[in-house]
Design a protein around this ligand. Sequence first.
Ligand SMILES: *[C@@H]1O[C@H](CO)[C@@H](O)[C@H](O)[C@H]1NC(C)=O
Ligand SMILES: *[C@@H]1O[C@H](CO)[C@@H](O)[C@H](O)[C@H]1NC(C)=O
Ligand SMILES: *[C@@H]1O[C@H](CO)[C@@H](O)[C@H](O)[C@H]1NC(C)=O
Ligand SMILES: *[C@@H]1O[C@H](CO)[C@@H](O)[C@H](O)[C@H]1NC(C)=O
Length: 362
Amino acid sequence: MKFFQFKSLFVVYVLLNLQTQYLVLGKPRVPCFFIFGDSMSDNGNNNNLATLAKANYKPYGIDFPKRSMGRFTNGRNLPDFIARYLGFPKPIPPFARTMYAKGIKSLRGVNYASGAAGIRSETGQAKGMVISLDEQLRNHEYTISKIDRLLGRNESATRTYLQRCLYVVEMGSNDYLNNYFSSSSYTTNLLFSPQEYASVLLKQLSSQLKILYNQGARKVAVFGVGVLGCTPFAMATHDTRGSLCVDEINNAVQLFNIGLKSLVQELNANFTDAKHTFIDLYQISSQGPPVSFTPCCQVKLSGEQCDPYGKICGNRSEAIFWDGVHPTEIAFMALANRSFNAQLPSDSHPFDISHLAQLKLP
Ligand SMILES: *[C@@H]1O[C@H](CO)[C@@H](O)[C@H](O)[C@H]1NC(C)=O
Ligand SMILES: *[C@@H]1O[C@H](CO)[C@@H](O)[C@H](O)[C@H]1NC(C)=O
Ligand SMILES: *[C@@H]1O[C@H](CO)[C@@H](O)[C@H](O)[C@H]1NC(C)=O
Ligand SMILES: *[C@@H]1O[C@H](CO)[C@@H](O)[C@H](O)[C@H]1NC(C)=O
């Protein structure tokens, strides 16, 4: 009995604590924000993994306040900006840090993203260890059990809490660059046509999004894959055949994006108590002014990541690419801006993230 009282007091304390935090700093539009993704979103989960896909060395992070290491850019990344626009005072912590911490650290959200990771579990493994989307979802299960304990093991309270959160899923780029179009390490290119491969990826992503739904997610933004065929890395490693970019890669990615947009519509039709939205990163990033494809940092021979001893460009606000594949902070900000507040109807379907966050669900 004593223990029970103590536990309830603790719950009240946690809720009060969260409330004061909101009062002081302005209430975020959602109580919690969970992120599933790859290196566009990773903020340190790969730091202690045995992989080449990590960014915990200079010049990565040089523009981040307090030099937080592990982001694949010079400063803040996509979810950092979205968290900020949602009203969170601080970035959402990486799972690598919340994993060993008490539940309260997980309450306002967790970032599970892992550089080189994909929808398929073998994706990115040619570079070493990676936390695939399946594994990220298992990590989320672990977070949920901690939140449940914190809320007094009250299933209905936990469910109510989780369904008010925002979830983003930003996956697929590596299933192309670090799988399908990396034929020295993978056989998918031999097994599937681009259309078949897009279908295989979408089928798997569909089951993964259903797992997330079953875990209680009701507001889910799913990002499409960007203009991968125009990254400096793709252009250095593939023949552009006289085109501005590598059309073969862009065409393959577009098949995936078109299917993903339909998948999101289908999920909304089938699960009427949830809202999913498709953010068209390809569309958003192909409509800017003509830009330089030169990476800001000097990239390593492999062409993807920065050389720790290399030079960096003079004005980081003028570059779109930070390294061979990743946007600069300013480019991430532009992508986040239009994901959050659509500028064109084609930016997101059926709504942008600010509207998704504000939706009242049944
Ligand atoms: C569980 O939480 C709900 C609020 O979601 C509350 O109404 C209910 O009283 C709680 N149940 C217990 C046993 O504490
Ligand atoms: C939605 O429901 C239809 C009809 O039951 C089904 O054929 C389809 O596979 C479902 N789609 C998804 C993504 O669950
Ligand atoms: C860097 O470029 C931006 C955008 O063109 C410009 O506004 C800024 O003044 C430049 N900064 C420096 C130090 O040259
Ligand atoms: C993003 O939006 C903010 C707020 O509207 C604006 O100040 C900033 O210039 C925008 N940045 C980019 C790169 O579009």
